[in-house]
Design a protein around this ligand. Structure first.
Ligand SMILES: Cc1cc2nc3c(=O)[nH]c(=O)nc-3n(C[C@H](O)[C@H](O)[C@H](O)COP(=O)(O)OP(=O)(O)OC[C@H]3O[C@@H](n4cnc5c(N)ncnc54)[C@H](O)[C@@H]3O)c2cc1C
Length: 410
């Protein structure tokens, strides 16, 4: 295969294994190759998916790197795929036009927009012109490292290198080994739906066909803003196609054990489910039919959505996950604390001397809480946090966010 001028490296002797053939894995493979490292890539899929999914835009800060690949040869390969979108036209949900805006840093010549699958395919194609070794249909099942090497187990074989680059995407097994932790998803309260369409389908819709009229003159991003929803269409004249996305607030919510299963020792699983239900019913009442998604988001904020006890805790890295301080979750911790106490307490002599220790705990913040009064009082603050994306500071938990065996309820 031909090797483009500028990509003929001087070998460094460094051997690199890359797991995953997405944008990260391919970019790592090409960049390492360009620096003279010996690269081998393993990808679990038997073949690349080709044109699939929706569009992806690579900003100028990424394009400045890929422009060097083959002294522009890679960008020559991307050009036929490119959407020539330099401007965005923005409207509100009534159709009111806010105007046209330049897409700085993402416009033609600086960044590029293409179908996601097609872009990955072209990156792969380019990597093959460099002779980079890629093994498809090769799932990495284990990772290891020693003082002098790192490696993977792939197709039952143990392969060694100087380092392993884990580029397996969002569900990366390598990350779990490195950090020792499962990835925690941050709930945003929003869903995004995206798609890819033949423009002729839109041409048949009387309300949208004007976009196809415009497609004749230029590629463009059209965006509509509505109350807690936005919608966008990006057109591509050359191939008579478009991709769209819609980001909206949810109308689905979990309550009870579906949201926060509690240990039996908490004595609170069913009670918390009743609190969930009562708060949700009030939030629906206060938000009204016209704002059901707001009601669900507020309900989550009041019950168990990610939230800060004290915004300054963001900066305090020593505290394990400051996002965790939510009523239902602290009740869950309580179940564990009680269970550990009951199961691990072996000092029965000590208990005889102080029998108060066997009293079941009854924390005031749990048992004296009136969730309905709280929901009515806190609805405006939680709704404001939902609307602005700000923090909601809960008052239905202990002041430091920690569960303790307390005996202070009425
Ligand atoms: C809706 C949406 C829109 C986005 N828009 C943009 C945008 O406009 N601009 C932008 O810059 N970013 C955008 N992003 C982000 C971007 O798509 C991702 O950050 C990027 O694609 C991640 O690439 P990756 O290579 O890390 O992961 P992936 O593309 O997920 O690739 C991982 C690869 O690893 C393989 N793999 C996994 N496990 C194994 C294993 N055990 N063994 C072997 N192979 C394995 C998988 O099969 C896969 O091919 C968007 C993301 C989404 C969801």
């Amino acid at each position: 295969m031909a090797v483009y001028a500028g990509d003929t490296p001087t070998p460094t002797g460094i051997k690199v294994i890359i797991v995953g053939l997405g944008i990260a894995g391919l970019s790592a493979a090409i960049e390492c190759h360009r620096k003279g490292h010996e690269v081998v890539v393993y990808e679990k899929l038997p073949r690349l998916k080709g044109v699939e999914g929706d569009g992806i835009t690579i900003g100028a800060n990424g394009a400045i790197v890929t422009a060097k690949w083959g002294d522009g040869a890679f960008h020559d390969m991307v050009r036929p795929l490119e959407y020539k979108t330099n401007r965005a036209k923005v409207f509100d949900y009534t159709g009111y036009a806010y105007g046209e805006f330049e897409l700085h840093g993402y416009n033609e010549g600086r960044g590029y927009t293409a179908n996601r699958g097609a872009l990955v395919s072209v990156m792969y194609e380019y990597s093959q012109t460099l002779g980079i070794k890629v093994f498809l249909d090769s799932t990495v099942t284990d990772y290891w490292e020693s003082e002098s090497e790192a490696g993977v187990v792939v197709n039952g074989e143990r392969v060694a290198a100087d380092c392993v680059i884990c580029a397996e995407g969002i569900h990366s097994p390598g990350r779990k080994i490195i950090t020792g932790q499962e990835m925690e998803l941050q709930e945003t309260g929003f869903s995004a739906t995206r798609g890819y369409l033949d423009a002729n389908i839109v041409a048949q819709d009387s309300k949208l066909s004007w976009i196809i009229d415009d497609i004749e003159t230029e590629d463009c991003i059209y965006g509509w803003l509505g109350p807690r929803v936005h919608f966008g269409i990006t057109t591509k004249k050359k191939d008579n196609e478009l991709f769209w996305y819609c980001c909206h607030q949810r109308r689905l919510i979990v309550v009870g054990d579906a949201a926060h299963a509690a240990l039996p020792s908490s004595g609170q699983g069913g009670t918390q489910a009743i609190e969930d239900a009562a708060v949700l019913a009030i939030a629906l009442e206060l938000a009204g039919k016209q704002d059901v998604p707001l009601a669900l988001a507020v309900s989550e904020k009041l019950r168990y959505s990610t939230t800060f006890l004290d915004p300054s805790w963001r900066q305090r890295s020593s505290i394990e996950n400051p996002y965790r301080y939510q009523r239902a979750r602290i009740v869950q911790q309580g179940g564990l604390a009680v269970l550990q106490f009951v199961m691990n307490h072996v000092d029965f002599e000590g208990l005889r001397k102080d029998p108060t220790m066997v009293k079941p705990p009854h924390p005031a913040w749990i048992l004296d809480h009136d969730c309905q009064e709280y929901a009515v009082r806190e609805f405006p603050a939680a709704a404001e946090a939902v609307r602005t994306g700000g923090d909601y500071v809960p008052h239905n938990i202990p002041s430091d966010g920690q569960y303790r065996m307390e005996y202070n309820s009425k």
